[in-house]
Design a protein around this ligand. Structure first.
Ligand code: PLP
Length: 419
């Protein structure tokens, strides 16, 4: 057989360049992480060749004895990790996990209640041109303008007014814990089911550092590639009662053959997520986010018009509010990119600037924690970011910040075994 470099030098070069980009910059996109080499190896394995429609022990293809072992290990491990009664590990992504969970319990035209996109909700929680917004009647709840926290009084009021079939709790850009017990109380009161999308914070839950939604929600979905640090993919967890409906919504409802190589990589990630080292890493994730929130709330940041939404963070990310800054979200993202730090601009609630520009940044710590960042490293990167977000940054000052980023990159090497 031919190696990738032999069969396709153009793709090989792009992969090598991406490895170099990951190694030589500081990744602070809150939804990204670095999968361990064992996960990459499982995902790059011969399991990609196998058709396995169905579920372990009940397949529509022969030769599934080994992929059955793989998928059953993934199921058992994720159930154990989160204390779930049932798990489906086949969804190809977080969006397809959410689609499957909704298909399992909703009919087109049913009403769902989800967090507004501009307030931190995900596209699949009811955005107009997403499947969720097209298939279902969506009612959105919001965060409170003063506290930055989800307004549970509004959730209750809307639930009583609209009698949704499903309430979706969970977020892509929100810096605080949600009150799952209160969501469930409201759902029960109006005869709705509760679905929690823990895609962002699943790694923190696995480490015991964030409230676990599983005891409160009939359906819990997640991605496996964010704080969990595994391959790109999705999972649906649910109660025994919903197990059949969820399985049939995924296959044959929504997908054909499962990606057993990705499921193998998920199984490896679940094993790692149960380890003491993983919990220690997630502690650094939270510590780093708190250090960042503190630094970006300091008097010099406030003078530059930089604020931290909700005044801090309980999770792996900080939402920076630039409404009062001369820099908009796009300019701030570009500024950080120019010194070697990757983040994404993000609308803030009640954002006065247009969605392509925004007045915010979402900055996360999981990838740097995976790189080995400790409190001292996070304090250094927080200081660099605070200085970079001052309105004036001349060439010399920018160069000095680039040097400080380069020093952190050298101090915490990534994927040394990959060259
Ligand atoms: N759910 C939440 C809360 C997310 O933040 C995301 C990804 O951004 C998804 C679902 C979708 O995951 P994927 O990008 O794998 O479809």
């Amino acid at each position: 057989g031919q190696s990738l470099a032999e069969v396709d030098p153009e793709i090989a070069a792009a992969v090598a360049a991406e490895l170099h980009r990951q190694q030589s910059t500081l990744e602070m996109i809150a939804s990204e992480n670095f999968a361990p080499v064992g996960v990459l190896e499982a995902q790059g394995s011969v399991l990609t060749n196998k058709y396995a429609e169905g579920y372990p022990g009940r397949r529509y293809y022969g030769g599934c004895e080994h992929v059955d072992v793989v998928e059953q290990l993934a199921i058992d491990r994720v159930k154990e990790l989160f204390g779930a009664e049932h798990a489906n590990v086949q969804p190809h992504s977080g969006a397809s996990a959410n689609a499957a969970a909704m298909f399992a319990v909703l009919k087109p035209g049913d009403t769902i209640l989800g967090l507004d996109l501009a307030h931190g909700g995900h596209l699949t929680h009811g955005m107009k041109i997403n499947f969720s917004g097209k298939l279902y009647n969506v009612v959105a709840y919001h965060s409170d303008r003063d506290t930055g926290r989800v307004d549970m009084a509004e959730v209750e009021r809307l639930a009583k007014e609209h009698s949704p079939k499903l309430i979706v709790a969970g977020w892509s850009a929100y810096p605080r814990h949600l009150d799952f017990a209160e969501f469930r109380r409201i759902a029960d009161a109006v005869g709705a089911l509760l679905m929690v999308d823990m895609a962002h914070f699943a790694g923190l839950v696995a480490a015991g550092l964030h409230p676990n939604p599983v005891p409160h929600a009939q359906l819990v979905t997640t991605t496996t590639h964010k704080t969990l640090g595994g391959p790109r993919g999705g999972v649906v967890l649910c109660t025994k009662e919903l197990a059949k409906k969820v399985n049939s919504a995924v296959f044959p409802g929504q997908q054909g053959g499962p990606l057993e190589h990705v499921i193998a990589a998920k199984a490896v990630a679940f094993k790692i997520a149960a380890s003491a080292e993983f919990a220690e890493r997630q502690r650094r994730v939270l510590e780093g986010a708190r250090i960042l929130a503190d630094r970006l709330s300091a008097p010099d940041a406030a003078e530059a018009g930089v604020k931290v939404l909700s005044g801090g963070t309980d999770v792996h990310l900080v939402l920076v509010d630039l409404v009062d800054s001369q820099l908009d979200g796009q300019q701030a993202e570009d500024r950080l990119h120019s010194i070697g730090i990757t983040v994404n601009r993000n609308a803030v609630p009640f954002d006065p600037r247009p969605p392509m520009v925004t007045s915010g940044l979402r900055i996360g710590t999981p990838a740097l924690a995976t790189r080995g960042f400790d409190a001292e490293d996070f304090a250094e990167v927080a200081d660099v970011i605070a200085l970079a977000l001052r309105p004036e940054l001349d060439e010399a000052a920018g160069e000095a910040l680039r040097d400080r980023v380069a020093a952190l990159v050298r101090r915490r090497p990534l994927y040394p075994e990959l060259g």
